[in-house]
Ligand binder design. Structure first.
Ligand SMILES: C[S@@+](CC[C@H](N)C(=O)[O-])C[C@H]1O[C@@H](n2cnc3c(N)ncnc32)[C@H](O)[C@@H]1O
Length: 253
């Protein structure tokens, strides 16, 4: 079966990220990477539970911490947790597209829905110069990242347009071309940051991510050399033989 067909079989709430919750470890890594501090007004868009805003207040001493989510039950539960732990932060049940984020200095934004992303980029562009938007895995569309600690990406207002998708991809990976080692290293960083403690699942995810990164790089003309590396060929056949998942058709002629 094609990789797309395999992904379609997974639960929708996992694929669209609706119920994906960042771990406390990820929050700390992200906040250290962007040097979150007492001068910051932090917004977590699509906050789910209140862990991110709690860590921002308690450990990084931000001036203000706001979580926004359009899921009523999640926000109610999060509010109760804050109350129980006597934490002063704001939780708002609202569609982020309608939200007022004008006083933000730093925003955590992990969405894949194109409509949400496009509408939010328009809002982000109007924020004060220097405001940082943290995204995960990729920068905001068409823009160059300000700083990268993959899979965490800092975008900074005013955004810089990328001349091409190739320039954007190479800026994320920090290389002149993508070879097998780069693809594997970045896939592994993503899995380690966001994966579970199930090593077996992590390896499976890393292989899928590696093939996706390398094949996309090849199709965008930024893979190193013209040949398909032996390791990529091997992983393509392992996926086909042992898991009946086909990647080969993704390669442009
Ligand atoms: C980590 S975000 C990412 C979800 C998103 N679907 C994606 O594309 O990855 C998940 C949280 O965002 C919330 N959410 C999804 N769409 C939203 C919206 N338009 N406004 C506010 N919160 C939203 C969900 O309730 C969930 O708690």
């Amino acid at each position: 079966m094609k990789i797309e067909e395999f992904l379609e079989k997974l639960p929708t709430n996992v694929i669209n990220g609706e119920d994906v919750q960042l771990s406390e470890k990820s929050f700390r890594e992200i906040f250290k990477f962007v040097e979150l501090n007492e001068n910051d007004v932090f917004y977590h868009l699509g906050c789910g539970d209140e862990k991110g805003i709690e860590i921002a207040i308690n450990e990084f001493k931000v001036k203000k911490s706001v979580g926004i989510d359009n899921n009523f039950e999640k926000i109610e539960k999060a509010k109760n947790n804050l109350e129980d732990n006597k934490i002063q932060a704001e939780l708002i049940c609202q569609d982020i597209k309608e939200s007022d984020i004008s006083d933000a200095t730093i925003i955590l934004f992990w969405f894949t829905d194109e409509d949400v992303i496009n509408k939010m980029v328009e809002k982000f562009e109007k924020l004060k110069s220097g405001t940082r938007i943290i995204t995960i895995w990729g920068p905001l569309p068409d823009y160059l990242p300000d700083r990268v600690n993959f899979p965490y990406i800092a975008n900074k207002v005013p955004f810089k347009k990328a001349k091409s998708i190739q320039e954007q991809l190479l800026a994320i990976f920090g290389v002149k071309c993508v070879d097998f080692v780069t693809a594997w290293e970045f896939a592994e960083r993503y899995t380690k940051s966001l994966g579970t403690s199930e090593i077996k699942n992590d390896r499976f995810l890393t292989i899928i991510q590696t093939l996706t990164i390398w094949i996309n790089a090849k199709n965008f003309g930024i893979a190193c050399g013209d040949e398909i590396p032996e390791s990529i060929k091997t992983y393509i056949s392992i996926m086909k033989m042992h898991f009946d998942i086909d990647f080969e058709y993704l390669l442009d002629e």
